[in-house]
Design a protein around this ligand. Structure first.
Ligand SMILES: [Zn+2]
Length: 425
């Protein structure tokens, strides 16, 4: 038996389906060469004698995936929350992101970010950097050391930025992107590049065309923003008069799913046509409830996306969202879905704990392949949660314990974390 084979023992919890949890107490979760080999109430004969860490009653859940966040914005999370998207970008975000031209500042800021990411319950993430290549490479180097499996993007923006935060031309942006990809494509064990046009208002048609050629050459996935805020959507309509809906501003360049695996943040106000195209093209939706609340963007119809079978996961959207934990994002997703049901449309049932848990694990994890579950053959990403410090005189069932952790936990409740079979915390 390979020495990379081991077991964890505890209360093991994962999604059987978007609506059903599998919970097994006093069970063994076996990792074989980085992959899940199954959950067993008794260790099978063939695994006799493998190393086993006994976590007692602690909960063991799949590693969580943050499908959308901005590393350079971590410095100012929790501040400037009284603006809507476009004013927030111009007033707070762009001036702060411009600072990453300074690599000393980038290293200091990204060290704090990487350290906190490591302590979070997340094992996977799709992350925006800034438009600066050296700073983005520093971010990738620091994240690589955490052992988390991440995709990181050098941002493209050649219009509507600020004097200090905009690339000179479409060509300059594309050239910088190619040199960044060449530098980083195979450099890291745990971090890979992802194409990152900031959003349509930041990228000229010529830049999108060039990014499309780059995507075809390197077969990279892509991340961006979609239909987040009314002002933004109206602006895209003005900028792209030939398109019928926002998503077409990406799809007309082949940057919207299909052969270009794509994750789009928000989709708060997507039209029926846009939703149909996302479904057809297999576009992933990063639902970012805390961000959508903070920037008064609205409530994305997550229930509709789930029921229609679209790919949907959760994002923290740091720093429009304030909290890194995808457990917190699960609680936020449930809470905003209740407001949507009560205030906007009483025919749209709120999300359940099971559904929010699914979105935070396998829903978003599947953007990385077989990730986010303990079903056999999935990559072994696991988080061990100790809820004994959240005191209660009640004897709680495992599902209630999980729910309490979704609503009440912080990093202090994490006992251990594994990504792709390696212990990283
Ligand atoms: Zn964002």
């Amino acid at each position: 038996m390979s020495k990379q084979t081991f077991a964890l023992r505890g209360t093991i919890c994962y999604s059987n389906s978007p609506t059903e949890l599998s919970i097994t107490e006093n069970a063994y979760l076996v990792c074989e060469n980085g992959l899940c080999a199954g959950v067993f109430t008794e260790l099978p004969e063939k695994y006799a004698g493998i190393p086993c860490t006994d976590f007692g009653e602690e909960l063991i859940i799949p590693g969580l995936t943050d499908l959308h966040l901005h590393a350079p914005q971590y410095t100012f999370r929790g501040t400037g929350m009284d603006l809507e998207l476009l004013d927030w970008l111009n007033t707070i975000t762009f001036p702060q992101e411009a600072r990453y031209e300074d690599t000393d500042f980038a290293r200091e800021a990204y060290s704090i970010f990487a350290e906190d990411m490591k302590k979070s319950p997340n094992t996977r993430a799709c992350i925006f950097g800034t438009l600066h290549v050296p700073a983005t490479e520093i971010l990738m180097e620091l994240l690589d050391k955490t052992g988390m499996k991440t995709m990181v993007g050098k941002v493209n923006m050649d219009r509507n930025g600020s004097p200090l935060l905009q690339e000179e031309s479409a060509k300059a942006s594309a050239d910088a992107t190619i040199s960044w990809i060449e530098d980083t494509l195979t450099k890291f064990e745990n971090v890979t590049p992802i194409l990152t046009p900031r959003f349509t208002p930041s990228c000229s048609d010529e830049l999108m065309k060039r990014l499309s050629e780059i995507q075809k050459k390197y077969h990279l996935p892509m991340q961006s923003h979609l239909s987040e805020n009314f002002g933004e959507i109206a602006w895209v309509k003005e900028l792209c008069p030939a398109t019928h809906f926002y998503g077409e501003a990406y799809s007309q360049f082949g940057l919207f799913g299909g052969d270009c695996p794509t994750v789009m943040a928000h989709c708060v106000h997507s039209s029926d046509e846009e939703i149909a195209l996302m479904k057809k093209q297999g576009v992933y939706i990063a639902h970012c409830p805390q961000s959508n609340t903070n920037l008064s963007s609205g409530i994305a119809p997550a229930r509709r996306y789930l029921d229609a079978g679209l790919h949907i996961g959760l994002g923290s959207d740091i720093a429009a969202g304030s909290s890194l934990s995808i457990l917190r994002a699960m609680a936020d997703a449930i809470q905003v879905s209740k407001l949507y049901w009560r205030l906007a449309d009483s025919s749209v049932r709120p999300l359940t704990l099971e559904e929010a848990f699914y979105m935070g694990t396998e829903g978003g994890g599947s953007f990385f392949g077989k990730v986010g579950s303990f079903k056999e053959g999935y990559e072994f990403d696991a988080v061990v949660l100790n809820d004994s410090t959240i005191a209660s005189p009640l004897k709680l069932a495992p599902k209630d314990r999980l729910e309490r952790l979704v609503y009440l936990s912080d990093d202090r409740n994490i006992s251990a974390k594994y990504a792709a079979g390696k212990k990283i915390l």
